[in-house]
Design a protein around this ligand. Sequence first.
Ligand SMILES: Cc1ncc(COP(=O)(O)O)c(C=O)c1O
Length: 454
Amino acid sequence: MNQENRVMATHLIPRSYRDFGVMRTAVKGEGIYLYGEDGKAYIDGCCGALLSSIGHGNREVADAVYKQMTTVEFAHPSRWRTTASEEAAAELASIAPGNLNHAWFGSGGSEANECAMKLARSYFVERDGSGSSKSLCIARWNSYHGSTLGTMALAGNMGRRRTHFPMFKESPKIETHYCYRCSWGLKYPDCGVLCAKKLETEIRRIGRQYVAAFIAEPVVGSSIGACVPPKEYWGIVRDICNRYDILLIADEIMTGMGRTGKAFCVEHWGVLPDIITSAKALSGGYSPAGAAVSSDKIIETILAGSGAFAHGHTYNANPATAAAITATIRFMKKNKLFENSSARGEELGRSLHAMEDIPIVGEVRGMGLMWGVELVENKETRKPFDPVKKAAAVVTNACLERGLVIYPGTGQIDGIEGDQFLIAPPLIVTAAQIEDIAARLREALEVSAEKLLK
Ligand SMILES: Cc1ncc(COP(=O)(O)O)c(C=O)c1O
């Protein structure tokens, strides 16, 4: 079937009709591999979008979901408790840091972040009364927090938000820690981590009485490609939030669930947010899931006030999803996947740094099993490729030809320029598989360099 016929034959609205016509159909998943209809095996080198952390075709999780679906598949959360959802919340609390002991469950990351914003607002209303003016959530440019109108207005992924921008109630934003292309042309550590300190400037400009929260991804995911902050960053923003009576929300939708070698990434810097949001790997990809995990402080304030959190979706605390979450976390614990993420991540990082000799590899960055590569036309000047060259797509296709799936991104410089990709295999990956991934990627980058630089 030609491309046009393939598109016309579907009733599904795909993300892109152009891409859909040439896309492979996934027919099977097993371990770190996805299989196309042509029978070819592809290494899922980015876990879809950093979610298939326990790999594909996991029987333990699938059986747990089946068992729950054939016991109680649904009971509306406004009228029923379920053991499944309370067990999942307890499992999540067992791996969440400090006093983050209370989970709200929804169907994905966008819902988790919407919930976090409302939790922050509710905390101040319960504490200070309905006249509280604290409602704004400050976020950062080059961030992604979801695709609902609320989370798109919050986030600063320039390319993704343009079409719908006129529909937003815009949130305030500060620059992020993109050291490779620092907004002020400074160098770490001489910069004094100015990007973190700018949060204070923004709060003072707006007025602390209007600001409820600051939200950020601990390692910037798809918007820049595994951009790791200076080690002082999270300590500085935590301190600013404390001084100005503002809640700190860590969006761990990509970075959480062991992706960076600890259950949640902020633990690397010993910082405790007031709310952590999780999704993606939370249910291993076996059921649509998202969670906002809240501190005791927020829940105690709600309990001492109205005793109600005015927020709900039909599918929130869904028992089948809860079963997937519980089984995923138990599988991760039993197989020490956070530890494996750390060990295999070091190996992957070493292999990627060894690729810095390839002329289009501008920067390699990341931690744990979350790595990003920024592609440039000129390594010395850091000049990006002309967007018409579609450098990220060229590398992605070269990887696909070699049976490796990566996660490309563009526009991190100004919404238009900039090419990068994420490489983040499942946490079950072995040392031998890391070598295989690295070999396929090196070949793809070398072939792409020849093509792009000629
Ligand atoms: C950091 C981050 N936050 C939020 C989201 C939104 O999650 P979802 O697509 O499940 O709504 C994503 C998804 O890519 C993400 O990477």
